[in-house]
Design a protein around this ligand. Structure first.
Ligand code: HEC
Ligand code: HEC
Ligand code: HEC
Ligand code: HEC
Length: 479
């Protein structure tokens, strides 16, 4: 037991001895009907149900898998290595064959790197699976932990990683909402789960938000929330006017649901903000400047939300946005009111231009600009087809400057993101039609930011990193 607890500590010591090239996890290469795909896995483990594709990038059918990397043993000593697997599994350690099929063997591990190569061929009948475990006299059998597995990246792996990133961007940024193709993109609700998720329902916005805020958001969403999935749709001299027209249309006739922040509740809300882990994903509402942990800003909240709508949002963030990344905390009414009070009374009021928009023009624009393609699943009309996008290269949404981008939306893509999207668009796109649960789970752990609150594989959580900041917020609570 002690050994297991020491593992993270020891792995950290070993890590300092690793070369800069050693990356966490094992390299895994899949091959099927002449095509190859690779990725990094945390564990030497696999489960592919009979008849299913081993990865999203390969077709279903017979396949082979090869793991390569090092097992960084914290000590020299005697261990047991055990594989539970379907038939055709092989493992070699430091160049010597060790296992042929499932089984358990006693081995001598060197301190530091022990080279591991393992292979499995898909079962002729039934599922293909393997899980590699280890044990010693100090601890019982457990999966060989991710903290001691490393690999060295290569060109194939980098290319495959880039394709995967591009695939996820294509789905999350909803490229196919405007660039449609019934043959290449699967119907909503089938294929890759992130594909075709609708953006928030644009309902009752006038009752929830200040209209001036909505115009600013539409005009430049990244200025308010740096990693938002929503693009800046309008460019050019009349961009702000167009945003105002739509904001006027979205808030027309609404009566703002006001409600005042009860300032005396704010300190209790601050304590909740620290204790529930909001602080792990969000900057404090009174925070200024660049955030070291890249958390989501809330400084504008008081300037955006009506108090009662904010309370309702905190109680059920997914109500108008099924794909939200904000967790549901099962807050009591009282807790939601305290949090809302803390957020509004500490955030900045920003002087915004009074709204001067034309709702009738807005009603036309919200359709022609493609807003409703993302927000209501409306089919694409005027935008270039996906076939045309595939041929276009660095144009439109993939352009890196405003002039080349012209009338296309601005997703604020980094050079790496553009390269990833292009690498993905160079594939046959068949990976959109299928997925594997293991890859979806890994993507969701990142997307939903589990690491904000949870340590994993010796990585410290953000919540732990901001423990002193959280203490200050908590200490503001009157005793
Ligand atoms: C809201 C609708 C919308 C979404 C979503 C969208 N685009 Fe576009 N895209 C456009 C419009 C509009 C143009 C430019 C048409 C023009 O210049 O008249 C364009 C142009 C392009 C072009 C150039 C096409 C050509 O034929 O010149 C590429 C490439 C492109 N988009 C890629 C993407 C990618 C990749 C994504 C996802 C990250 C994406 N687009 C998402 C609306 C959209
Ligand atoms: C590529 C898809 C896409 C397009 C195109 C798009 N949006 Fe959005 N929009 C989103 C997403 C996703 C969000 C949720 C915010 C986030 O993820 O950070 C959002 C958020 C919003 C919000 C805030 C809603 C709320 O209640 O929080 C408004 C308002 C909005 N969009 C209006 C528009 C308007 C108007 C247009 C057209 C000018 C537009 N959007 C175009 C994807 C899109
Ligand atoms: C795991 C990360 C995570 C945690 C924890 C979290 N949030 Fe969020 N929150 C988000 C994300 C992401 C958004 C952006 C909207 C979206 O994706 O739907 C958001 C949006 C918000 C908004 C709306 C911001 C705006 O611009 O209108 C508020 C307010 C908010 N969160 C408050 C809280 C509070 C209070 C807590 C703690 C009870 C909390 N959040 C915990 C991720 C998180
Ligand atoms: C806002 C912080 C926060 C975020 C974000 C978060 N968790 Fe948690 N999680 C917790 C807390 C706190 C507990 C402990 C709850 C308790 O003990 O009642 C917990 C418990 C768990 C447990 C049970 C652990 C055990 O030992 O019983 C699992 C599993 C878990 N979380 C997984 C996840 C996953 C997966 C994600 C991302 C989708 C995630 N968590 C995101 C705070 C968070």
């Amino acid at each position: 037991m002690l050994f297991r607890r020491l593992l993270c500590l020891l792995a950290a010591t070993v890590a300092t001895a690793l070369s800069a090239q050693d990356q966490p996890g094992l390299k895994v290469t899949f091959t099927s009907s002449g095509k190859a795909d690779s990725r990094v896995d945390r564990l030497l483990a696999l489960y592919v149900p009979a008849g299913q594709a081993p990865t999203p990038f390969l077709a279903a059918g017979p396949f082979g898998v090869k793991w390569e990397g090092d097992l960084q043993s914290p000590l020299r000593g005697t261990f047991k290595l055990s594989a539970e697997s379907s038939g055709k599994f092989k493992l070699s350690l430091n160049g010597q064959p060790l296992l042929d099929g499932p089984g358990i063997k006693t081995v001598q591990l060197n301190k530091g790197a022990n080279h591991v190569v393992a292979e499995i061929a898909s079962s002729d009948k039934g599922d293909t699976f393997v899980r590699l475990s280890w044990a010693s006299k100090d601890f019982p059998l457990e999966p060989v932990p991710p903290t001691i597995l490393t690999h060295v990246a290569d060109k194939d792996l980098d290319a495959a990683t880039q394709r995967r990133e591009g695939r996820l961007l294509f789905a999350q940024l909803n490229c196919a909402a405007c660039h449609a193709d019934a043959a290449l993109v699967p119907a909503k609700g089938t294929g890759m789960p992130e594909l075709g998720q609708n953006a928030p329902l644009l309902a009752d916005l006038g009752a929830k938000y200040r209209p001036e805020f909505i115009a600013d958001w539409i005009a430049d969403p990244h200025a308010i929330r740096p990693h938002t999935l929503m693009p800046k749709v309008f460019a050019g001299a009349d961009a702000f006017q167009k945003a105002s027209d739509i904001a006027a249309m979205l808030t027309q006739g609404a009566k703002p649901a006001e409600g005042q922040a009860q300032k005396d509740l704010a300190p209790l809300g601050g304590a909740l903000f620290a204790n529930l882990g909001c602080i792990a994903c969000h900057q404090r509402p009174d925070a200024e400047g660049q955030d070291t942990h890249d958390r989501i800003p809330l400084a504008h909240v008081g300037d955006k939300w009506s108090q009662s709508a904010l309370v309702e949002f905190l109680k059920d963030p997914a109500k108008n946005y099924a794909a939200t990344r904000m967790p549901h905390f099962r807050l009591e009414d009282e807790e939601a009111a305290q949090l809302a009070s803390y957020l509004t009374s500490h955030s900045r009021m920003i002087k915004r231009k009074a709204l001067a928009g034309d709702a009738t023009r807005g009603a036309t624009l919200i359709v022609s600009a493609g807003c409703l393609n993302c927000h209501a699943g409306m089919p694409a009309t005027t935008q270039p087809t996906l076939a045309s996008v595939l041929k276009a290269g660095d144009k439109g949404c993939l352009a890196d400057d405003e002039k080349t981008r012209a009338n296309a939306p601005d997703f604020s893509l980094t050079a790496a993101q553009r390269a990833a999207l292009k690498a993905f668009l160079a594939t046959d796109l068949a990976s959109l039609k299928q997925d594997t649960p293991a890859e979806f789970a890994e993507r969701q752990i990142k997307n939903l930011n589990c690491a904000a609150c949870h340590a994993r594989d010796c990585n410290v959580s953000v919540w732990t990193k901001v423990v002193c900041e959280a203490k200050k917020v908590r200490d503001a609570l009157p005793t």
